[in-house]
Ligand binder design. Structure first.
Ligand code: FES
Length: 158
């Protein structure tokens, strides 16, 4: 179930898109924002709104790495592992996040605050190594500034 206002907004976006597939990412992102991740229920709702089968929505969801098909933490840290970031210390940065958070990449901290994921180029190569949290880009980060970023993110919810 989603609130009427959200359903109306999503129906409006679908009807204003040229094709339903064009609206798919938008719909999935909004449902993800509502549920915290793209739950099975959200897949069914998206399929109904878009006139697609649940399997088609699944396929689209797995294509986009910012759509989460399993529960994630309050903050999802996407660490770029593409060439520009990798060549200036992206791997070291990722290891530092793993150490600071006490988790391996692909996992969520036990308090539910952070999920750490690798990702493809964020289009922020000029500020490599780069990460994205929510809609915000950060970089260039160092192993030292990684800890500062985590503190800042925690502070935003204190
Ligand atoms: S390679 Fe990392 S932002 Fe482009």
């Amino acid at each position: 179930m989603i609130p009427d206002h959200l359903r109306l907004e999503l129906e409006r976006r679908v009807s204003s898109a040229v094709t339903n597939r064009e609206a798919a990412v938008d719909v999935m992102k909004e449902l993800q924002r509502h549920f915290g991740w793209l739950t099975d229920e959200a897949v069914l709702i998206a399929a109904e709104l878009l006139g697609l089968s649940p399997l088609q929505v699944e396929e689209l969801a797995t294509f986009y790495e910012m759509i989460y098909r399993r529960p994630v933490g309050r903050h999802v840290i996407h660490v770029c592992d593409s060439i520009s970031c990798w060549s200036v210390g992206g791997e070291t940065l990722l290891k530092k996040f793993e150490k600071l958070l006490g988790i391996e990449v692909g996992s969520t901290t036990s308090d539910g605050q952070f999920t750490l994921l690798p990702c493809c180029c964020l289009g922020n190569c000029g500020n490599a190594p780069a990460v994205m949290v929510g809609r915000r880009l950060y970089g260039p980060l160092t192993p030292e500034s990684a800890g500062t970023l985590l503190e800042e993110l925690l502070d935003t919810h204190r």
